[in-house]
Ligand binder design. Sequence first.
Ligand SMILES: [Zn+2]
Ligand SMILES: [Zn+2]
Length: 333
Amino acid sequence: MKPVTFKSMRLHRPGEPLVLEERTVNEIPAGQVLLKVLACGVCRTDLHVVDGELPDPRLPIVPGHEIVGEVVACGSGVDLTPGTRLGVPWLGYTCGECSFCTHGQENLCDRAQFTGYQRDGGYSEYALADARYCFELPDTLDAAHAAPLLCAGLIGYRSWRFVSDAQRLGIYGFGAAAHIVAQIARWKGQDVYAFTRPGDVTAQEFAKSLGARWAGDSDQLPPEELDGAIIFAPVGALVPLALQALRKGGTLVCGGIHMSDIPAMPYSLLWGERTIRSVANLTRRDGTEFLAIAGEIPVRTEIQTFPLTDANTALSRLRDGQLTGAAVLIPQP
Ligand SMILES: [Zn+2]
Ligand SMILES: [Zn+2]
């Protein structure tokens, strides 16, 4: 193939801004696909990587694991038509052999590699991906609006699965994942109770516009007891607050990859068969199921677009809580 030269935003050291760099792909490895990036979402996990809150990223690394791209060329063993639109998620590779992989838990594979963490991601004009971990996307959304489905949507969906039978569902942290999960919950007939940073009226109004029955501050108790709750905000102090809002037998799901320490709390908050669990990564099955549902509902996403070269600005807006919905980078506006 003819070498492809393109620009990427790359992290050299956690805590430093990303650097705009030119890179070249001379050859596509077997099993991989070269995509022209149409859009790449900015996820809180990217922020954890950039800020050094996740251990041992491969450096330098191109962040970004909510990639919507168009097939340009394929490595050997891959037969995809150029121009096909694909999504690349966080789960970029698994070993396929360990007891997790062979028991439907490839999300827990010890040898897994994650996009934008151990494999170069989508803050780039072009990206390589292992074709086995790419998804076809519903036609209901353009590239920019589809990007947040690939992590916010997917991890949101995996989190939601564990509380899908809750009639009253609490969601703590009303950002990119929550605004997608709220739509799935409404579609399933659940009542959504949205909790935001205290005083964040904009996010509370946003939640109500998506059909939330109640929206308030995260340190408030809801008007009714909840049957289940999901915490998307990376704030451990929310765990005892959410448990307090939960009925006996209720489940609390922690949907983030990183969380500040959970404060000590009285056992009585957990007593009564309440459950706390985390959700890690995704399986390809989650992806296929979720993207079918997202197309059927159809899920709408609220986004703010930025040129690729403004990736550092998009990250700092996310860090400062200045986004409504999800930030999406567009390499070639
Ligand atoms: Zn494995
Ligand atoms: Zn993510």
